[in-house]
Design a protein around this ligand. Structure first.
Ligand code: ATP
Ligand code: MG
Ligand code: MG
Ligand code: MG
Length: 472
């Protein structure tokens, strides 16, 4: 089952059940407190919190997401991408727990021939918040799930709130069991890769306040209008349905991985470290492609910095695969071709995207070799002197002169068995920022002087009267 097919089945299923189909919002979220759209619910937050009345009682979407907090997991677990698509169904004061559970179960277990996703009910487990007896009863009643495949978990994993006073509620997550070849038979609570979380159902049920942590808050009362927010990982379902090992091997991602293998002359599936690198490359290239298509450009700040990190991490991974030259032309073209049927804009804007990618590659390739040799020398010296921490000024030099994102230096130092003096690095960064600010201020002064001319311009065109005035 192709990823596009799963996406379409999802949208058709929920559209046929009264949900308004809402197109994906940009990866660059409207919410200034969020760098990126991290979940399907983000564009619906005003409706879910009741700030704005929802224009429809039910909605569904396939939302593009970026999660930078998963970057370290990429390529190592089978299920974490920095970019992924979250299929969601939402109810704004309309159906609640029973409806959400019934829809999820129906879509998952209806045979493929009848438009469903064709999961075998025997392979599915659920977790519920430990005190949510109502959800447990519903899973038994609606889905016929036996007690053994319903696990009670605590607030750290199975409760949702924003960290602010407002709506909150228990979650129930649905897992696919990959079988004994992947681990012991303990259910999702064992938290290993045998059980893959595919779908999270959030039951927004209470108003809370006094929130001091994820697990510590006070329930004020039940919400008069309860909401449903769900998220199913499209890539996770795709990798299971496509019978491959992980989300980097699905139709939308694998072509990039294959390209990386081809360019390096190494074979995927023969060496664990190389495999992780190829998966990282496939993930990061796709994420970068999608970010640039949503208007993000590499820079040293904010969103652009995340993009820069992804791009530079990709270049380094290619180097670790033994390729020193440029590869972005081939890698990005492969990702474009794999993504363009779902997102035609990546082909439409490709000239611009490629220009940004190649520019970044050229800049970093110029300094990567020199920077790496500086790092290697510093690592050797640090070890020789018996210290366990790389000096902060080395990390700063690498950042400032060689364009190494600090995270990259941390990663490379760790590979060599060293930590980095992060405190000293941060101090140097702060000092540099202060200098830059002072600099900008003094420049501003000059600009302020020049702005006097702006006032004249604002009055309208000045007419030169010198000739006439002087002669009269
Ligand atoms: P996990 O515990 O596996 O990290 P999560 O609990 O953080 O997942 P949710 O926040 O519940 O994930 O997101 C809803 C769904 O989105 C998940 O059930 C999963 O299918 C999918 N998903 C979440 N994070 C990722 C990711 N980094 N890459 C791919 N799919 C993801
Ligand atoms: Mg997670
Ligand atoms: Mg989880
Ligand atoms: Mg979850």
């Amino acid at each position: 089952m192709q990823t596009a097919d799963i996406r379409q089945r999802w949208l058709d299923f929920f559209a046929a059940r009264g949900h308004t189909v809402v197109p994906s919002a940009s990866l660059v979220s409207d919410d200034p407190t969020l760098l990126f759209t991290v979940a399907g619910m983000v564009p619906f937050v005003p409706y879910l919190t009741g700030l704005v009345p929802a224009p429809y009682p039910r909605a569904t979407s396939v939302q593009k997401c970026i999660r930078t907090n998963d970057i370290e997991e990429v390529g190592k677990t089978p299920r974490h991408g920095t970019f992924f698509q979250m299929n969601g169904n939402f109810s704004f004061g309309d159906y609640f727990k029973e409806g959400a559970i019934a829809f999820a179960w129906e879509l998952l277990t209806t045979p493929e021939a009848d438009g469903g996703l064709g999961f075998d009910p025997q392979d599915l487990w659920v977790t519920v918040y430990k005190d949510d007896d109502e959800a447990i009863e519903l899973w038994k009643k609606v889905a016929g799930l036996p007690d053994e495949r319903i696990q009670r978990l605590d607030k750290d994993t199975n409760y949702w709130h924003t960290g602010q006073p407002g709506p909150a509620g228990p979650c129930s997550e649905i897992f696919f069991d990959r079988g004994p070849a992947y681990g012991v038979d303990g259910g999702p609570a064992t938290d290993d890769d045998r059980y893959v979380e595919i779908w999270n159902l959030v039951f927004m049920q209470y108003l809370i306040d006094d929130v001091t942590s994820k697990t510590d808050f006070r329930i004020v009362r039940e919400l008069p209008k309860k909401n449903i927010d769900t998220g199913m990982g499209l890539e996770r379902v795709a990798f299971i349905k496509q019978g491959v090992e992980n989300m980097y091997e699905i139709d939308q991602v694998r072509p990039v991985l294959d390209r990386a293998a081809e360019l390096s002359g190494r074979t995927y599936g023969t060496n664990h470290d190389d495999d992780v690198r190829m998966r990282v490359i496939a993930d990061h290239v796709r994420s970068s492609l999608m970010l640039m298509s949503d208007g993000v450009a590499p820079s040293n700040e904010g969103r652009g910095y995340i993009l820069r990190r992804l791009l530079r991490r990709t270049i380094r991974a290619m180097r670790l695969l033994g390729v020193d030259g440029a590869t972005f032309r081939e890698l990005f073209a492969a990702s474009r071709d794999a993504m363009k049927s779902a997102y035609p804009e990546v082909a439409h804007d490709y000239a611009h995207i490629e220009k940004l990618a190649l520019g970044e590659e050229e800049t970093f390739l110029r300094t990567l070799v020199a920077g790496t040799s500086i790092l290697d020398t510093a690592v050797a010296a640090t070890k020789q002197s018996g210290r366990e921490e790389l000096a902060g000024d080395t990390a700063f030099l690498l950042h400032d002169t060689y364009g190494f994102p600090i995270e990259l230096t941390l990663e490379m130092a760790e590979e060599a068995g060293l930590a980095v003096d992060r405190g000293a690095f941060d101090e140097l960064m702060t000092a540099q920022r202060t200098r830059a600010k002072a600099d900008a201020k003094s420049k501003k002064k000059v600009l302020a002087d020049l702005s006097v001319y702006g006032q004249f311009r604002a009055r309208g065109e000045t007419i030169f009267t010198g000739y006439t005035d002087l002669t009269t």
